[in-house]
Each structure stands twice: as structure tokens, then as C-alpha cells.
Design a binder for this molecule. Structure first.
Ligand SMILES: Nc1ncnc2c1ncn2[C@@H]1O[C@H](COP(=O)(O)OP(=O)(O)OP(=O)(O)O)[C@@H](O)[C@H]1O
Ligand SMILES: [Mg+2]
Length: 346
């Protein structure tokens, strides 16, 4: 689209030309009239001066109004909006001055300003949401710890009950510390724009190690685990960060699969990419849940009865973004889920 780089109204030239031609005509008429009427020389020189002064005043007023309309009014509107934004009001909107086919640079500035305000507003909401989520997630375990500590201090509590309370306190502090370390990891990753510790390593070996760590959990849940991988494949990434991704996908698969289900870890590669998928025969997700799973603190089960804080996939997504890798999700309620990470080869 062509954007006009100039706000000077070209019609001003025609207006001036017309006015000056008309005024010169009147001026000549005045001189001829004064001559024929035989007015004295002083009056004959004062009248044109007064006449042209009046013309100059008229043109000045006209130019002032044109400048006001073209530059000052939009600038004042923008100044007012900027002041509101500075005061924390992100609902302001300054409409562009022209329709989309006749935009000039001032319109573009207003459109960019509106975009910037909208962006600022959403960052503000995200920040507020983040703090209320963190507070909520921290308050619940703190209340559990407080209750159990109180119960422990009561007189007449037997040894077995006391041990039970201590165990609950221990487990809850462990969850709390996991939550805080996840928040810190996410915060660090969000500020990072590059992968500083990237190195070449064997992905298959890493996947096998991660899966082996979950063996006791799936055995306990009587879940059948299948792996279909190549012997070895090299990738360039930060192994510690990629481990976060695999662990989150595997832990979700174990968590959301009922007893007796199946989990399949599959890895295959061609000359352009490596595809790693974690599939489960678990509860699956509906469309609405699928839309939000990568958001911080989002859990499909809104009662938050399942373990975790909804940070796992947000972390995984951030790691994948940093590496420029993709993730695909296929899932349907009751039909299980499949998460596929696509690693691009250089
Ligand atoms: N394999 C899966 N099957 C069904 N639902 C899943 C699966 N993986 C993720 N989800 C849904 O996505 C949500 C977000 O997942 P995410 O890993 O971010 O959080 P979480 O596992 O609940 O908690 P955390 O990872 O912090 O322990 C889950 O709460 C769940 O509703
Ligand atoms: Mg998770």
C-alpha cells in the first residue's frame, strides 16, 4: 500500500493563487478609482497599505486554521491519549484520520500507537494474572503445612499420627520447592533469547535415559511402555533444556493415563528433521483444553486436583521456541494424546 509521506495540503496553492489574483484585481481597481476621483497622494498610498494589511490578516487566519486542522488537532488528541496511557489507562484508542486506502504517515503513527497500547495492556493483564496464579499456587500448600504443623503441636497426638503429619509437611514442601524452581526456570528462559549451552549429542541415548527414569512409575500403575527408536541420532541443542521437554511429556503421559494403559515413545528421522512423539492411551483432551495447554498455570482439570501446577508444557514450549523446534498435539477425549516434537536438522 502506498503511504503518503506529506501532510501539506496542495490545495493551499490554488487557494492562494485565486485569492492573490482576485486581490490584485481589486488593488488595480482601487488605484484607478482613486486616480479618477483625484484623491491626494497621501491617501492614495495609505489605502493600498491598509488594503494589503487586511489581505495579509485574512491569509494568516486561513493558514493558521489549516495548520491547526492538519497538524495540531491530531497531535493534541495523541498527547491526550499518551497522558491517559501514562496514567495506566490502556483502553484508549485514537482513530486514524483517513480511511485505509488513503493513509499517511500520521495515520500509521496512530495505528502503531494503538497497537503499542493494546500490547502494553495485554502484558499488564498477563503480569497481574501471573501474580494471582503464583499467590494461589503458593497459598494452598502453605495452608496444608500450617494445618499439619498445628495438628502436630496438639497435646496427646500419638507417634503414628505425628509421623503422618510430618510426612504431609515434607511432601508439601517438596511440591512447593518444585513449583518455585519451575517458576525460576521459566523466568530465566523467558528472558533468554539464545541457547547458550548448545552442543551436539545423541538424542536417542537421552530419550532412553529419560524413559528409564519413569520405569518405576509406570510399573506401579501397570502401564505398558513401548519404545520405537533408531540406534543413534545427533542433535545440536542444550541437553539439560531438552531433558525438561522429554520429562514433561513423559510425566504428563504417565499422569493422564489410567492403570493398565499404554505409552509409546517413538523417534524417527529423515534428512531434514527428527520427529519424537510421546503417545498415550489416557484420558485425552477436548478442543478447548488443547487451546490452552501451553499457557502458564493452565490445567485441564480446573479443580487442580491432579498433581502439578500447569507449568510443565509452558516450560517445554519456551525451550522449543528458543531452539526453533516445533510441537504438534493430537488428542481427543477418551482416545489418548500424542505430542510430537519436530527437531529441525541444520
Ligand atoms: N498426555 C496428556 N493427556 C491428557 N491431558 C494432558 C496431557 N498432557 C497435558 N495435558 C493437559 O494439559 C494441561 C497442562 O499440562 P502441563 O504439563 O503444563 O501441566 P501439569 O502436568 O498439569 O502440571 P506440571 O507440568 O506443572 O506438573 C494438563 O493439566 C492437562 O489438562
Ligand atoms: Mg506436566
Amino acid at each position: 500500500m502506498k503511504i503518503k509521506n506529506d501532510r501539506f495540503p496542495p490545495s493551499l496553492f490554488l487557494v492562494y493563487l485565486g485569492v492573490l489574483l482576485l486581490m490584485s484585481g481589486i488593488h488595480t481597481g482601487l488605484i484607478v478609482g482613486m486616480n479618477t476621483m483625484g484623491w491626494n497622494d497621501v491617501i492614495q498610498s495609505i489605502v493600498p497599505i491598509l488594503y494589503w494589511s487586511a489581505v495579509a490578516v485574512g491569509l494568516t487566519i486561513f493558514t493558521r486554521r489549516t495548520i491547526k486542522r492538519t497538524y495540531e488537532e491530531p497531535m493534541h488528541r495523541l498527547a491526550e491519549a499518551t497522558k491517559k496511557v501514562a496514567g495506566g489507562d490502556f483502553s484508549v484508542y485514537v482513530p486514524p484520520l483517513h480511511t485505509s486506502d488513503k493513509l499517511d504517515y500520521l495515520d500509521i503513527m496512530l495505528i502503531d500507537f494503538n497497537k503499542m497500547v493494546e500490547e502494553l495492556g495485554s502484558i499488564e493483564t498477563l503480569k497481574t494474572d501471573f501474580f494471582s496464579n503464583v499467590s494461589h499456587e503458593i497459598k494452598t500448600p502453605l495452608a496444608i503445612i500450617q494445618n499439619n504443623a498445628e495438628l502436630m503441636c496438639r497435646e496427646g497426638v500419638n507417634e503414628e499420627a505425628r509421623r503422618e503429619y510430618a510426612k504431609t509437611i515434607y511432601n508439601t514442601t517438596k511440591r512447593l520447592s518444585e513449583l518455585i524452581s519451575n517458576i525460576l526456570k521459566l523466568n530465566k528462559l523467558e528472558r533468554q533469547t539464545i541457547v547458550p549451552e548448545a552442543e551436539q549429542y545423541d538424542l536417542c541415548e537421552q530419550l532412553a535415559e529419560c524413559a528409564a527414569n519413569y520405569e518405576p512409575v509406570w510399573e506401579q500403575k501397570n502401564i505398558e511402555f513401548e519404545a520405537d527408536m533408531e540406534d543413534s541420532v545427533q542433535i545440536t541443542a542444550d541437553p539439560a533444556l531438552m531433558e525438561l521437554v522429554w520429562n514433561n511429556l513423559l510425566s504428563n503421559a504417565v499422569k493422564f493415563t489410567q492403570e493398565g494403559g499404554t505409552i509409546t515413545l517413538c523417534e524417527k528421522s529423515d534428512e531434514n528433521s527428527i520427529r519424537v512423539s510421546v503417545a498415550d492411551s489416557g484420558c485425552g483432551m477436548d478442543e478447548e483444553t488443547k487451546k490452552h495447554i501451553f499457557e502458564k498455570f493452565y490445567q485441564g482439570d480446573t479443580s487442580h486436583a491432579t498433581a502439578g501446577n500447569g507449568l510443565g508444557l509452558a516450560l517445554a514450549m519456551r525451550v522449543l521456541q528458543l531452539n526453533n523446534f516445533d510441537i504438534e498435539v493430537e488428542s481427543a477425549p477418551g482416545k489418548g494424546s500424542r505430542f510430537t516434537v519436530v527437531v529441525r536438522k541444520e
